[in-house]
Design a protein around this ligand. Structure first.
Ligand code: GAF
Length: 382
């Protein structure tokens, strides 16, 4: 990530030098929409994210400049000071969530910029939250541990941005480790690093360049469907708090008592959690054929049962199959964004050429291609 533009702009706007922090976006190999269901996920941080230069300014105001949007916001740190610009809600929300937990903050100046594509399902918003959470924690000696920083990011989304997300994105952004995926149990926040060096394969994202907007989107509705299904199951199985505690047999018992739609959503969520467990087993054995089959099965479930796919993403999935890609699926929340693809090295060039050409022919625009490099999480740069 090029720090020069951020540094020059900070100096120009604020006449000083601050500290530079970076937090990454993430990919997720499998385990989608399982986090808020108390299941497991398998994400990894990537080498793209959000960079911010920050310096306390001795006032009670935050003065923030988004280099990419060329937009400036100035706001106080009290609840009633919520800024107008939606990009600033992430910074304001992080400050507020830290203060609610006892942090003593003051005004600061910041310039930030990102190379994680916005709206592509790579969690640019979690990267923004993690950058500021990690930085302010250090600068103001707040003493939060990394798991608290994850929760601060998640609560920012819930309370200031309108998305009732799980903890996967913030966790990956804070805990990322080069060359490793993170197997995270979202009900306990226990995790282990899973080395990921698929010999003979490349992992690549194909961006459908269709809008991915979780705020006001059906994302929150998916979560509500799952919670209703879990509550229905809990009537006879009180140990079930979330669908991550349930199995398909339990779900069958409430079929007819919940809506057909909630039943479909819950079927996907329970199956997906099981697929994650199977995939981790297959990864241990280096059995990438099974990993790939599960990845395709996730796409099918997300498209037909969870209904978070788009025509563009289904099209990219079909092309991947035709080109002999081992596993391909929509990644992240859905409703646009990228597919993640596990591609045998000898089929890589053919796949990329075909995907770009056919997508362009069908939709009149070129998909973007991002090779994946699993990288470290939130950090200070200078
Ligand atoms: C989005 C959310 F922010 C995550 O918490 C997760 O639910 C994901 O969608 C789907 O797996 O990225």
């Amino acid at each position: 990530m090029d720090t020069t533009a951020v540094r020059n702009t900070f100096k120009e706007k604020f006449g000083a030098e601050g500290i530079l922090y970076f937090s990454p976006g993430r990919v997720n190999l499998i385990g989608e929409h399982t986090d808020y269901n108390g299941g497991c996920v398998l994400p990894g941080a990537i080498d793209k994210g959000i960079l911010a230069e920050i310096k306390p300014n001795g006032t009670d105001k935050v003065r923030a400049y988004s280099l990419d949007l060329q937009d400036y916001a100035e706001f106080g740190l009290n609840e009633e000071d919520k800024p107008k610009a939606s990009w600033a809600h992430y910074i304001f929300g992080v400050c507020r969530e830290m203060q609610k937990r006892g942090a003593k903050l003051s005004g600061f100046d910041t310039v930030f910029s990102g190379d994680v594509p916005l709206g592509a399902g790579l969690s640019s918003s979690a990267a923004l939250e993690s950058t500021f959470g990690f930085a302010l924690n250090e600068i103001y000696n707040c003493g939060f541990d990394k798991k608290e920083l994850v929760l601060i990011g998640q609560k920012t989304e819930h309370n200031y941005c309108g998305v009732n997300c799980g903890i996967m994105d913030q966790f990956a952004s804070i805990f990322g480790k080069e060359g490793n995926l993170i197997r995270l149990d979202c009900s306990t926040m226990e995790y282990e690093y899973v080395p990921f060096h698929p010999q003979g394969y490349k992992v690549v994202l194909v961006d459908s360049v269709t809008k991915h907007e979780l705020v006001d989107s059906p994302y929150n509705k998916r979560r509500q469907s799952c919670e209703r299904a879990a509550a229905a199951i809990a009537v006879n199985h009180p140990q079930v708090k979330l669908l991550g505690d349930a199995d398909l047999e339990m779900l069958e018992e409430v079929k007819g008592k919940i809506s057909e739609e909630d039943y479909m959503r819950a079927t996907y969520a329970i199956q997906e959690n099981q697929r994650l467990v199977d995939t981790c087993e297959a990864l241990k054995k280096g059995d990438y054929e099974t990993v790939g089959k599960n990845i395709y099965a996730t796409h099918h479930g997300m498209s037909k049962l969870y209904e978070v796919s788009t025509i563009e993403l289904d099209f990219l999935n079909d092309i991947a199959k035709e080109c002999g890609v081992t596993g391909s699926r929509i990644m992240g929340g859905g409703f646009g964004g990228c597919t993640i693809n596990l591609v045998p090295e000898d089929k890589y060039d053919h796949f990329i050429e075909t995907a770009v050409a056919k997508f362009k022919e069908k939709f009149g625009k070129e998909p973007k291609i991002y090779p994946v490099k699993i990288s470290d999480g939130a950090r200070r740069l200078n």
